[in-house]
Design a protein around this ligand. Structure first.
Ligand code: GLC
Length: 476
């Protein structure tokens, strides 16, 4: 007999509809990877639900209008329907979603309203489409309240148990105080064993209510149990230790494939690594560097954010500017205006060595992965990280800090270079180590090949989620 598992998958963003960061990559590919695991034994009917952000391009048709109670009155919910490779995708709209133009607002009040409404409205959607989920799978604080809402619904209505799971992509974003909003929707604040300050926030409430917590890498799953990385929730998370899992994200290996990537000047793979050099030439030309095949080209492609340690990298490069070792460096990314300014200053002081592009440019990013030699990722914390995986797939050797998913994906001396301390000196030492190996083509190619040979596809990780769903359903 075939077991059917229905999964309501909720996220704030998902490729190809709307993407701001790594969450969008994951929510775009994981649900489809899960559906692709369907076999004679188990059918996975995963359906994706997203807010109908005003900024979004989505070709969706109206599905229906319903409402959820709020105070003495109610709020109207408009649902739309679309599909992606045969997967049903639903969009939810309503006044609180229309009120904020962007995916994430700089006004926490707008986001509090928007995502509380979205999480609660999404829980009502299955009834409207006559389909019952076995699992509600939420992602990050924006949708974590669905797990909480589900639990309180269960208490009140004595409904059939539906399992819930929250994937943690970025724990420090706990979400704003939503106590008044929840109350207005008739959702009571429970007596929880959370720290008092956390009892009004979406992420902690969702984690508290969920049957399983998934961190996006095994190392991050351990890190969030420690004071340094837990955003104050370590005692609580430790008490839930047996429900905390670490499942490494996969990569959309069809899209990130150097053999077929149309953004590249020259395509290549592990058997034609020599062609990669042409991409380096093209990149050096495009950036206005002198074309020097033997000069190592360092790269950063990142949001300009303290999380990513961009300041550490800029500091390290500044300290290395008098080094006898030759190098060039390209930095692509936008974000924190101060970091952008520091990066531009480094460029102004080192016009021969440093190029800074302060914008989001997916095409140039791919050319950098394909044409540069060394990829820097000195993150202060990194739940999973996708860029280091893309870099390795494109033969660009990563230098990373031993944090979260970086620690799980890069092996020092084998596929890249790993350092411990989030300090410029530690990074500079690691870069020097890489620069020392770089001129030896045999040694370097061995590292490149080891990185390119790794399997970063979603199949393994999706299988782990499937097993987790199955164990949750069994334990209901
Ligand atoms: C967040 C994390 C990043 C992770 C991504 C997807 O953006 O910062 O490390 O790869 O989510 O899970």
């Amino acid at each position: 007999m075939t077991q059917t598992i229905n999964v309501l998958f909720l996220a704030a963003e998902a490729e190809p509809f709307v993407k701001v960061g790594g969450l969008g990559d994951v929510a775009g590919s994981l649900p489809r990877a899960l559906r692709a695991l369907s076999s004679d034994k188990v059918k996975l009917d995963v359906r994706l639900v997203l807010p109908h952000h005003p900024v979004m391009r989505a070709d969706a048709k109206p599905l229906g209008i319903f409402s959820i109670p709020r105070g003495e009155s109610e709020v109207q919910v408009e649902a739309f329907e679309s599909s992606l490779d045969g997967m049903p995708v639903y969009f939810i709209s309503g006044e609180p979603i229309q009120a904020s133009g962007s995916v994430y607002s700089s006004d926490p009040k707008l986001d509090a309203e928007k995502y509380s409404f979205f999480s609660l409205a999404a829980l009502e959607l299955p009834r409207q489409i006559n389909w019952t989920p076995n699992v509600v799978h939420a992602n990050d604080w924006h949708t974590a309240l669905a797990a909480y809402g589900l639990l309180t619904k269960r208490w009140e209505e004595g409904t059939r148990k539906i399992a819930s799971l929250v994937t943690v992509h970025n724990l420090p974003f706990l979400g704003p105080d939503v106590s008044a909003i929840l109350e207005s929707y008739g959702v009571k604040l429970a007596q929880t064993d959370l720290p008092e300050w956390a009892r009004v926030m979406p992420m902690p409430l969702g984690l508290w209510a969920s049957d399983a917590i998934v961190a996006v890498s095994p190392t991050y799953a351990n890190e969030i149990l420690t004071p340094e990385y837990s955003s104050g929730l370590d005692e609580f998370l430790k008490s839930r230790r047996e429900t905390v899992h670490g499942i490494l994200n996969g990569l959309d290996t069809a899209s990130f494939n150097p053999a077929e990537d149309s953004a590249l000047g020259v395509n290549f793979d592990i058997d034609s690594l020599e062609k990669r050099a042409e991409n380096k030439t093209l990149l050096q030309e495009r950036l206005g560097f002198s074309v020097e095949p033997e000069t190592p080209l360092l790269a950063i492609v990142s949001r300009m954010d303290p999380q990513k340690g961009v300041d550490i990298a800029l500091h390290a490069l500044r300290n290395m500017r008098h080094s006898r070792l030759k190098w060039q460096a390209v930095i692509l990314g936008t974000g924190d205006p101060k970091l952008e300014e520091t990066a531009l200053k480094l460029q102004a002081d080192n016009p021969d060595r440093v190029r800074v592009e302060t914008r989001y440019d997916a095409g140039l990013a791919r050319q950098i992965y394909a044409g540069s030699d060394i990829f820097l990722m000195p993150s202060r914390y990194e739940p999973c990280g996708l860029s280091q995986m893309i870099a390795m797939r494109y033969g660009c050797v990563p230098v990373v800090r031993a944090a979260g998913g970086l620690n799980d994906t890069v092996k020092h001396g084998e596929t890249g270079f790993v350092f411990e301390e989030p300090k410029a000196k530690a990074l500079a030492d690691a870069i020097r180590g890489a620069l020392k190996d770089f001129p030896d083509h045999d040694v370097w190619q061995k590292i490149q090949r080891a990185g390119m040979m790794q399997d970063f596809s979603w199949a393994n990780s999706a299988q782990k989620y499937l097993e987790l769903y199955q164990s949750l359903i069994k334990n209901l």
